[in-house]
Write a protein that binds this ligand. Structure first.
Ligand code: SF4
Ligand code: SF4
Length: 468
């Protein structure tokens, strides 16, 4: 008796393999499998992080907020100021190097499992199949004339896509303006603001990219696809078809001996093509259009299981594996990237730990070079601008570091609230001693954080003095 699910029964080439009845639209088939589950898990976690992080509160503030108005970036109790943005470049270089290292090791796993474009496209495709049915139903629907049923399905699909796009727009803009205020403003119909306009722009881009343009973003717009092949080496694991095992391709009944029929293990069912979100045939070899999502691996594994063959006709393979060699994990380029990553991550941690949490600038009063006090001391006047870069109020103690007998006049501790900045006049005096040759003395203003006396900030200054 014939197995009704056997791949041999799938009418290969009878339905369009990848494109629709018109317009070149790709209709992907639903499938299950371990790599699909892994993608749902990874992409699901990332999407959950994206939608929820901006709602988390920390010390009474939004935990992650890039406040464009004040140009401050708040991350879980730490505030980064424009002067700290060099650290952001560090983070970006580290992210790029990490991507390079992962690409050398595992090909385009970023594209297949974590890239927002792929993640949102998969989510939009899932909604599409929920409303319009499986691949064959969608192809028929596309070809059918417009009637009430088709109109309802199309309207529901686009309405859901729009809702998902608006949610994405709100979540994204919520990292730049306080998300609670943003949602409140949108709910009270305040739609004519810059924030609301940005929600609209991001929502429109999401709808366009994930709903309408989809794989074309990966194929024609993403620069990563262009240079990824340069990063591959003969040990990089990429999704590939084992032609030596699969060819000659051909349909057969379950239980037939392929050798006797002069066939390889590929039953030519085209399932690997029909699940592919970019619509390519992995059996044509490594292609730039392959985003490494492993949908074809899951589809083919299912076919192999049904036929009673070993899995892995399509799978993660390297050039070295095809040549019958062991994949080398210790490769010079990979080790180079890892070493560089280690240095950069170490540097970033050091910079974060030694980051100044207070900013101090000193300007000397230019109207008078110096003056004499009633006690006959020489006085210089300065203006100190101090910025508390933390998210907590801080009391600072000001002192001088000088080899000469300089001292502050009647100076009290400075208290600044979180993120506050203020200017303070400061008087420094020195007793008139024996005549000096130098007309200028160097010293440092030292600001001590009274919560953590080990944390000090210095700023150099000059004291002008009547020379003889
Ligand atoms: S590679 Fe696998 S899924 Fe693709 S046509 Fe051959 S048997 Fe079917
Ligand atoms: S060929 Fe396979 S791995 Fe590549 S994009 Fe298509 S389904 Fe994904």
């Amino acid at each position: 008796m014939r197995d009704s699910h056997a791949p041999a029964l799938i009418p290969a080439r009878q339905l369009p393999v990848k494109s629709s009845v018109g317009g070149g639209k790709i209709f992907t088939r639903q499938f299950t499998g371990r790599f699909r589950n892994l993608r749902i898990l990874l992409a699901g976690c990332l999407a959950l992080l994206f939608f929820s992080t901006s709602w988390v509160q920390w010390n009474g503030h939004q935990a992650v907020l890039w406040d464009l108005e004040t140009r401050q970036f708040h991350v879980f109790g730490t505030t980064f100021w424009p002067q700290d943005f060099i650290l952001l470049s560090f983070v970006m270089v580290i992210a790029a190097l990490l991507l390079f290292a992962v690409t050398i090791l595992l090909g385009r796993v970023w594209c297949g499992y974590a890239c927002p474009q792929s993640t949102w496209t998969w989510a939009f495709m899932w909604v599409e199949s929920l409303i319009e049915g499986d691949r064959n139903q969608r192809i028929k629907l596309q070809a059918s004339p417009m009637d009430l049923a088709k109109g309802l399905k199309r309207t529901s699909k686009h309405a859901l896509w729009l809702l998902m796009s608006i949610a994405t727009g709100i979540a994204f803009v919520g990292y730049f303006v306080p998300v609670r205020e943003l949602v409140q403003a949108l709910l009270s119909l305040q739609w004519f603001s810059t924030s609301a306009a940005w929600v609209g722009i991001i929502a429109a881009l999401t709808y366009l990219n994930a709903g309408l343009v989809r794989e074309k973003v990966c194929l024609h717009m993403c620069p990563y696809a262009r240079f990824q092949s340069v990063m591959f080496d003969r040990d990089t694991l990429v999704v590939a078809y084992n032609a030596a095992r699969g060819d000659t391709r051909g349909s057969r009944k379950k239980g037939d001996d392929p050798q006797a029929l002069g066939l390889g293990d590929c039953v030519d069912c085209y399932l690997c093509v029909q699940v592919c979100p970019t619509g390519i045939d992995i059996r044509d070899g490594l292609q730039m259009d392959c985003i490494g999502c492993a949908a074809c691996v899951d589809a083919c594994d299912e076919v192999m299981d049904k036929m009673g063959y070993a899995r892995g006709l399509v799978g993660y393979m390297s050039e070295a594996m095809f040549a019958g060699e062991q994949t080398r994990w210790r490769r010079p380029r990979l080790l180079g990237y890892l070493a560089l990553l280690l240095v950069l991550v170490g540097g970033l941690l050091w910079a974060l730990n030694n980051r100044h949490l207070v900013d101090m600038s000193v300007v000397k009063d230019r109207s008078v070079l110096y003056r004499y006090t009633s006690e006959g001391e020489v006085m210089n006047v300065y203006r100190l601008k101090i910025t508390n870069k933390t998210q907590l109020p801080v009391r600072y103690h000001l002192q001088l570091d000088s080899r000469d007998r300089l001292r502050l006049v009647k100076h009290r501790d400075i208290v600044l609230s979180a993120g506050d900045s203020d200017e303070f006049p400061v008087q420094v005096v020195m007793p008139v001693l024996a005549p000096r040759a130098a007309a200028m003395l160097s010293f440092d203003f030292v600001l001590v954080d009274s919560n953590d006396p080990q944390r000090t900030t210095r700023e150099a200054a000059h004291f002008l003095y009547p020379a003889n």
